[in-house]
Design a protein around this ligand. Structure first.
Ligand SMILES: C[S@@+](CC[C@H](N)C(=O)[O-])C[C@H]1O[C@@H](n2cnc3c(N)ncnc32)[C@H](O)[C@@H]1O
Length: 281
């Protein structure tokens, strides 16, 4: 028999000991998820007794988190652009910096009509679904090589009520849309180099799908393919919008220029690191 406040104290100490910085907050969110109550409820009921079966489940979650399993996979959800996305170990957990890509695309496409967008590497659907909610006139095709990721994205599109303007296709880069024409191609491709992959934190390397991270020997394999294989489409898209890893913006801009794009813009994050390359014909 254990009270809410004691369970939280023990869990916070365990998470803190495992090097988790927001240990108390994470303990509260995990317990509120296990109890299916809000965090506010926990504060108001800290003397409440937790049933032993529920406490065992809570302890298992805390232990998994302490071992390094990402919080989003335990809770099964991550917020992106203010929307709740279901995430499973089949998909990359959407990162805050990817919001820069979504915002840049929305800004570029404001006022354009009948836009047809292609996202390559849709993962959880974070980018395509956010764009569908922010650009109500856009139709979006989303491709991923992972059928399991596509299932998560399709589920999210139903849940967030934009499924009718999205279509999901399994396959390698442009292969499923060969011969089609798009206004814009958007991608946050795998861009971790082989050397960086070895250095990744265990909470990323041991849990997130390698197919979503591994960008080949120098991290640029997908950018080379995304630019060189544009000829598989019926016409080059007017806009190419790519998230890039730290230090990749110059090389990716050159690839876009070589693919015939003349107006190139690099968009930095709050730390001044270029995170997005926008290329226009
Ligand atoms: C970095 S994740 C991006 C996921 C999501 N768009 C986001 O920003 O959170 C890259 C995605 O590309 C997919 N992918 C990897 N290789 C691919 C390929 N050859 N063709 C299509 N998609 C691929 C992965 O399965 C993964 O979902």
């Amino acid at each position: 028999m254990i009270k809410v406040k004691e369970a939280l104290q023990r869990a916070s100490l365990q998470l803190q000991g495992a090097g988790i910085t927001a240990a108390r907050r994470e303990a509260e969110i995990l317990l509120s998820a296990v109890l299916k109550k809000t965090r506010a409820w926990l504060y108001a009921h800290d003397e409440e007794i937790i049933e032993s079966e529920t406490y065992v489940l809570f302890q298992q979650w805390v232990e998994r988190r302490a071992q390094g399993e990402p919080f989003a996979y335990l809770c099964g959800e991550r917020e992106f652009m203010g929307l709740p996305f279901v995430v499973t170990p089949a998909v990359l957990i959407p990162r805050p910096e990817t919001e820069i890509l979504v915002e840049a695309v929305v800004q570029e496409l404001q006022g354009w009509h009948n836009v047809k967008l292609l996202e390559v590497g849709v993962g959880s659907g974070a980018i395509a679904i956010s764009l569908a909610t922010l650009l109500p006139y856009a139709r979006i095709t989303a491709v991923d090589i992972s059928p399991a990721a596509l299932a998560v994205a399709a589920f999210n599109s139903e849940r967030l009520q934009v499924a009718e303007r999205l279509s999901f296709l399994a396959g390698d880069l442009y292969a499923p849309v060969r011969g089609q024409k798009f206004t814009a191609v958007i991608s946050n491709p795998p861009y971790i180099s082989a050397a960086e992959y070895l250095m990744l934190d265990k909470s990323v390397k041991n849990y997130e799908p390698r197919v979503a991270l591994d960008g080949g020997p120098d991290g640029l394999t997908f950018y080379r393919r995304l630019s060189a294989e544009l000829k598989q489409l019926a016409a080059p898209p007017q806009l190419l919008a790519l998230e890039v890893g730290q230090g990749q913006a110059a090389a990716v801009s050159t690839l876009c220029r070589e693919a015939g794009y003349q107006k190139i813009k690099q968009i930095p994050d709050l730390a001044g690191i270029p995170r997005v390359v926008l290329a226009k014909l």
